[in-house]
Design a protein around this ligand. Structure first.
Ligand SMILES: O=C(O)C1=C[C@@H](OP(=O)(O)O)[C@@H](O)[C@H](O)C1
Ligand SMILES: C=C(OP(=O)(O)O)C(=O)O
Length: 449
């Protein structure tokens, strides 16, 4: 990103239409990474062509895989990845730049840790502030080495090994990225590597590893935790993948439709993996009229078409144990809560502090600027007091290089008395290219500020 892109969103009429938001970002990263270490060709339909995923594609090329895009004849792209085989990633001659993406950085550090190569990782100013010790610590226990800045942040150098030792690791934080990094390192490790998670986080890595031919088991332990085990050194074979539409991206047009009278919106092919649908459960509890139609399985992932209609929302308490299944959706939920009648309390949000921005602080600051009464608790809870009337708006919200802060407040601006501006919408391209065009096609009014 070079130049800031201020945007302004103005109260709109109904949000109406039928769209497909871009492909799931988590599944897109994983399809490129596993395709790169499989034997043969992997064909990916519906890959998210956002900047985060394009950084992963560029990194896989530097690590020796081929990854080429061609038109699918329907206005989209088909990606073909020719893998090098497990253990055969090549030492890159350049720094691996992960841009704004925590998923790309952490999963790829796990993958290269299990290879006898040395790689230098960096990211943008946002990513280089984010904690990486949560990944480097277990990987060091397996035998990889890391050299970098104090506090284990990027830029850092990974000295991988083809002779890692398997571990059983209990996650100290509910993080699918940490779980995935350890499982990916365990792929090229003799024996069984196990990750224990007290709370179920997204399981796209497990599902996709099985799809490519690895043996991955998930066992519920007596204390209720899940033990995920990968058997090392599988034969991974190139596959065809159909990436569903991203439920985290669909959340933005969905909330916009809920907030605007007269709205009826159809969101097609949305991924409905139960580890990702906490926001939709929450919105329905708040009174949202959302129909989940045409439920089906698509290449191992559940999918549905969501029909969303304007609804009068009520404030509720969102329990902490729901956080892993909606961890990226709290900013847009807060926008919905600001327009609801009554108070919404969101519990267990400590992890929001270390996303692309400190989302807890940025959401509270932005809502306050828009005239919404909000509190951040000492327990990292977020409380939003909705009045059932449109918030005042009329502010410019700081986005801190965070795509979801930008999109959430542009959605809020569709329902406020006065327009809401964001200081920089450029980072929306990391996860939702053409967000502005798609939303304006539904009836929004987002313009360059
Ligand atoms: O594994 C993944 O693809 C992701 C996991 C989540 O991060 P954590 O695992 O750090 O919670 C989420 O915030 C991120 O957008 C994508
Ligand atoms: C936190 C997110 O992604 P990442 O961790 O990959 O930067 C996100 O997409 O909200």
């Amino acid at each position: 990103m070079t130049h800031a892109r201020p945007l302004r969103s103005t109260t709109t009429g109904a949000i109406r239409g039928s769209i497909r938001v871009p492909g799931d970002k988590s599944i897109s990263h994983r399809s490129l990474m596993l395709g790169a270490i499989a034997v043969g060709e992997t064909v990916i339909h519906g890959l998210l062509e956002g900047e985060d995923v394009l950084h992963t594609a560029a990194a896989m090329r530097l690590l020796g895989a081929e990854a080429e895009r061609s038109d699918d004849g329907q206005g989209g792209g088909v990606w073909r990845v020719r893998g090098v085989g497990l253990g055969a990633l090549q030492e890159p001659a350049q720094v691996l730049d992960m841009g704004n993406s925590g998923t790309a950085a952490r999963l790829l550090m796990g993958l290269v840790a299990g290879h006898p190569i040395t790689c230098v990782f960096t990211g943008d100013a946002s990513l280089n502030k984010r904690p990486m010790a949560r990944v480097t610590k277990p990987l060091e226990e397996m035998g990889a080495r890391f050299v970098g800045r104090s506090g284990g942040r990027l830029p850092l150098t990974v000295v991988g090994s083809g002779e890692l030792v398997p571990i059983t690791y209990r996650l100290p934080v509910a993080s699918a990225q940490v779980k995935s990094a350890i499982l990916l390192a365990g792929l090229n490790t003799a024996g069984a590597t196990t990750v224990i998670e007290a709370e179920p986080t997204r399981d796209h890595t497990e599902l996709m590893l099985r799809h490519f031919g690895a043996t991955v088991t998930t066992e519920r332990l007596e204390d209720g935790a899940l033990a995920v085990t990968v058997t090392g050194q599988p034969e991974l074979t190139g596959r065809t993948i159909h990436v569903p539409a991203d439920p985290s991206s669909a959340a933005f047009p969905a909330v916009a439709a809920l907030l605007r009278p007269g709205s009826e919106l159809l969101l097609n092919d949305v991924g409905m993996n139960p580890r990702r649908t906490g926001l939709y459960d929450t919105l329905v509890e708040m009174g949202a009229d959302i129909a989940f139609e045409n439920r089906r399985d698509q290449a191992g992932e559940p999918v549905a078409d969501l029909r969303v209609r304007h609804s009068a929302l009520k404030g509720i308490v969102v329990p902490a144990d729901r956080a892993p299944s909606m961890i990226d959706e709290y900013p847009v939920l807060a926008a919905a809560a600001a327009c609801a009648e009554g108070t919404t309390v969101m519990l267990g949000l400590k992890e929001l502090r270390v996303k692309e921005s400190d989302r807890l602080a940025m959401v509270a600051e932005g809502l306050t600027r828009c005239g919404v009464s909000v509190e951040v608790g000492a327990d990292d809870s977020l409380t939003v007091h909705g009045t059932g009337k449109p918030p005042k708006g009329g502010a410019t919200v700081l986005t801190a290089m965070d795509h979801r802060i930008a999109m959430s407040f542009l959605v809020l601006g569709m329902a406020t008395e006065q327009p809401v501006s964001v200081d920089d919408g450029a980072f929306i391209d990391t996860s939702f290219p053409d967000f502005v065009g798609l939303m304006n096609g539904l009836g929004a009014a987002i313009v360059e500020a």
